[in-house]
Ligand binder design. Structure first.
Ligand code: NAP
Length: 340
């Protein structure tokens, strides 16, 4: 049975990973509009819980037929799997979604711009998971939408020095290069708001009828949806931390490291089995010229989604709010790896 978009709208959304770091705020955003029926797929062994309005289906991701059963009738699938989930799991899910007739698949990317996978900034990245996930959807015959939202701001600020370079406890930061390169970044809440607006669009322009000149979901079929809440440099982040913590820049130990040297250092640590080395090399690449700078397409997509209306705040205020949230998460004992 194929899916059932009614009135040219997406009505049924399935989500995998809806209880995770990004999945939780994203699901909250989707539930804040009552226009969709949301089904969360979750592993049989999972202890995840979901709000009562969500239909929950425990599914074995190694069983194509169980996945097809669970996904039949869904219009759109959001895949937000834990990083390092074996790629075969993603592939099985994607193939089942296509077999079930799911019209649009947002693969488990949620970060970079896959069109830059072979660019000078990223071509030496040994992993390239996002590009692989998109390829899996394409090869299965599905329609993919890659969400490029940059490095998650709160996560990257507080998780480890290997990410945005901040050791919050030790009040130290390592600037990559001069620390002034601005990259696109988004908070989880903003990504949720963008996706909520995206799934509320009409599906097809033709079906919406003559005279409609707004955006439609199909505009992003086999394309990237660019989301950038703000453009920040590491120096901007330090200033934000100083404002939020009421500290002075002089209280921070500031180090500088050449970006390429940091990429190599990260790769070496990764080769020695230290997964933070992976993060170190990944983030250092992200600060190369052109790697995470997609402000133009993000501005265009924000216009098309009507996000500019909610974007009224000054950049400094938005960054400070996200900084404050990140610090609160740490104070509240946040566990980024709770899904096991
Ligand atoms: N842009 C960035 O800065 C950034 C940072 C980190 C990650 N990411 C991307 O975002 C994606 C989601 O990351 P996240 O941190 O939100 O994920 P997460 O919270 O670690 O995990 C998401 C969900 O995956 C499911 N899961 C856990 N282990 C699994 C396994 N072995 N097999 C299948 N499912 C499993 C769990 O759902 P159930 O318990 O319900 O089954 C979990 O809630 C990643 O794939 C990565 O590509 C981006």
């Amino acid at each position: 049975m194929s899916s059932t978009t009614t009135n040219n709208r997406i009505t049924k959304i399935a989500i995998i990973g809806g209880s995770g770091n990004l999945g939780t705020p994203l699901l909250t955003a989707l539930l804040s509009s009552s226009s969709h029926t949301i089904t969360a797929l979750t592993r049989p062994t999972s202890t995840s819980t979901f709000p009562p309005s969500v239909i929950v289906k425990k599914v074995d991701y190694t069983s194509p037929s169980s996945l097809v059963d669970a996904l039949t009738g869904q219009d759109l699938l959001l895949i937000i799997l834990k990083a390092w989930t074996p790629p075969e799991v993603h592939q099985t899910i994607v193939r089942a979604a296509v077999d079930a007739g799911v019209k649009f698949i947002l693969p488990s990317t949620w970060g970079g711009d896959v069109s830059l996978a072979s660019s000078p900034a990223w071509r030496d990245d040994p992993i390239q998971t996002s590009a692989l996930y998109v390829k899996q959807v394409r090869e299965a015959g599905g329609k993919w939408i890659n969400v490029c939202c940059g490095f998650w701001y709160e996560w990257s600020l507080v998780l480890s020095e290997a990410c945005f370079g901040f050791d919050l406890e030790g009040k130290r930061v390592t600037f990559y290069g001069d620390g002034e390169r601005k990259i696109c970044s988004s908070s989880w809440g903003y990504v949720g708001e963008a996706v909520k607006r995206f799934v509320a669009l009409p599906v097809s322009r033709v079906e919406e009828g003559e005279g409609y000149n707004g955006a439609v979901v199909e505009d992003w079929a086999d394309e990237t949806l660019y989301i950038s809440e703000f453009e920040v440099s590491q120096k901007d982040m330090l200033e934000s931390l100083c404002r939020v913590l009421g500290s002075k820049k002089e209280e921070w130990g500031i180090g500088y490291q050449d970006i390429e040297e940091r990429v190599k250092e990260g790769e070496k640590e990764m080769g020695e089995g230290n997964m933070l080395g992976f993060a170190k090399a990944l983030y250092a690449r992200g600060f190369r010229e052109g790697a995470m700078q997609f402000e133009e397409p993000a501005r265009r997509d924000a216009e098309r989604l009507g996000l500019r209306e909610v974007d009224g705040k000054a950049q400094e205020e938005k960054v400070d709010e996200a900084t404050r949230r990140g610090l609160e998460m740490v104070r509240n004992g946040w566990n980024p790896f709770k899904s096991g």
